[in-house]
Design a protein around this ligand. Structure first.
Ligand code: SF4
Ligand code: SF4
Length: 79
């Protein structure tokens, strides 16, 4: 089960792909079809079940568009 839960503020994202490049398990990508109001393809998580909760993505995002929440052992989170 995933150890972290990642949330993106898509309107803040400028599609710089820094988060994509620093994710150790390579589960972040820019959205294939979605475009935000600034005209960028926002980042999203492709395989939420593989997130290790390292928070590299949130630390690297220059626009503060990412929040990482740690899952509790045996918790009920469902993504
Ligand atoms: S918390 Fe770590 S593993 Fe999860 S998406 Fe961000 S960089 Fe990848
Ligand atoms: S680092 Fe932040 S601004 Fe850049 S693509 Fe990722 S979420 Fe978007």
């Amino acid at each position: 089960m995933a150890k972290g839960l990642v949330r993106f503020n898509e309107e803040r994202c400028k599609g710089c792909e820094l988060c994509v490049s620093v994710c150790p398990v390579k589960i972040i990508a820019l959205h294939e079809t979605k475009i935000n109001s600034k005209g960028f393809r926002p980042a999203c998580v492709l395989h939420a079940d593989k997130c290790i909760g390292c928070a590299n993505c949130a630390l690297m995002c220059p626009d503060g568009a990412i929040s990482v929440f740690m899952r509790e052992e045996g918790g009920e989170a469902d993504e």
